[in-house]
Ligand binder design. Structure first.
Ligand SMILES: [Zn+2]
Length: 378
């Protein structure tokens, strides 16, 4: 069996070991050592990466009780090699994992809910609980977790005997046999776990709950810890700073300013639509009984084009066609007493257009100049 150096010291990132075997496999080469600081995937925590004798280690897995380093190139069996664990990645994973322990422990203390799912993704960590958490509870849990992190508690690993274990009120996802490894965050969490953790909770830095969605009978939280949480919040800060500048609002008052802006925009849109309606009605009156109409209007939305066409068609007595300029050509709508679809198809072909509709009403856009449209209608 390979000696598990990561259990002796979770911060050991450099070591020398002898290669016990190296065999080709699907991902490259499966290397087994006499001892290793590479943590194999388990308990929701991905396997370590790094180098062995300068050869990249792509992943570390436990296979049939052996710790297998999946290497990009072979190393010589019998050789002594230097192993270097990707420190930054491992610290990131330990921060996420340890942060999850504290939060899950406090959720359990507060509600009795169990952590029933845990996944470390590329973007964030998800934790599933088998009960509903309110916004107020989440605020309190986040504050409690971060206060605990700052208090810098030591993290302990216990290897209790069977009779001692029976007395411990520890969290566990499944029935365990053999020697059970208990991780203790004193006062926060006591949990059976085979993972690697920070030594002091201060190393976690912070935990941020990003979201809480209903999931099965409970909730799924998205969280981030450590440097990843700091980077995420920094990105949010940059965004908020820009919004604050645009809205001339204090950075702590951007939501209220954005809400005001949305309300004003809705009012302006409503007034613009009413003004358009009255302009359209006047135009329709002027064009009453003039027969076929071809209109070019400035700055109408596709919906405005449709409504003006409708209004004119009701009074003109013939076919109504309205065009309004856009970035590449014109939006159009055409209404007719006859089936106009064949005409629109020909027009789309001639004027690089697209669109269609019902027999008596079509709309779309064309990429053509005003003169070309007029020429086609002649
Ligand atoms: Zn753990």
């Amino acid at each position: 069996m390979t000696e598990k150096l990561y259990y002796i010291d979770s911060h050991l990132m450099q070591f020398t070991a002898r290669v016990r075997s190296c065999t080709p496999c699907k991902q490259g080469y499966a290397v087994v050592l006499d001892k290793t600081a590479f943590y194999p995937e388990g308990g929701g925590q991905p396997g370590d990466q790094g180098t062995l004798g300068g050869v990249p280690v792509l992943d570390t897995q436990e296979q049939d009780g052996e710790i297998v380093h999946l290497c990009q190139a072979p190393v010589e069996a019998g050789d002594l090699v230097e192993g270097i664990v990707d420190r930054r990645r491992r610290l990131h994973l330990m921060q996420q994992h340890s942060g999850e322990h504290i939060l899950s422990g406090f959720v359990h203390q507060m509600t009795g809910y169990d952590n029933v799912g845990f996944h470390m993704g590329a973007a964030c960590v998800t934790i599933d609980f088998n009960g509903i958490l309110t916004a107020e509870q989440l605020d309190e849990l986040e504050e409690q977790t971060n206060r605990y992190i700052l208090e810098n508690h030591p993290v302990q690993v216990l290897l209790p005997k069977q009779e001692e274990l029976a007395k411990l009120p520890y969290r566990s996802k499944k029935e365990l046999t053999g020697q059970v490894r208990i991780v203790e965050f004193p006062g926060a969490d006591l949990c059976a776990c085979c993972g690697v953790h920070v030594k002091m909770t201060g190393e976690i830095g912070m935990v941020k709950i990003l979201s809480c969605q209903k999931f099965h009978e409970g909730v799924r939280l998205e969280i981030l810890a450590g440097e990843a949480a700091f980077r995420y919040l920094s990105d949010c800060f940059v965004q908020n700073k820009a919004v604050s500048g645009l809205l001339s609002a204090k950075q702590t008052e951007t939501a209220a300013a954005a809400e005001r802006l949305c309300r004003e925009l809705a009012e302006v849109k409503f007034r613009a639509a009413r003004l358009e309606e009255s302009v359209f009605a006047q135009k329709a009156d002027r064009l009453a009984d003039t027969g076929d109409v071809l209109l070019f209007e400035e700055g109408l939305s596709p919906d405005g084009v449709r409504r003006l066409t409708d209004a004119v068609f009701k009074t003109c007595g013939g076919r109504a066609a309205v065009f309004s300029k856009n970035e590449t050509g014109f939006f159009y709508a055409i209404a007719s007493h006859e089936d106009v679809r064949g005409f629109v198809k020909d027009m789309n072909n001639a004027l690089q257009g697209r669109g269609g509709g019902k027999p008596n009403f079509c709309q779309g856009s064309v990429s053509a100049a005003k003169e070309q449209i007029e020429a086609f209608f002649k």
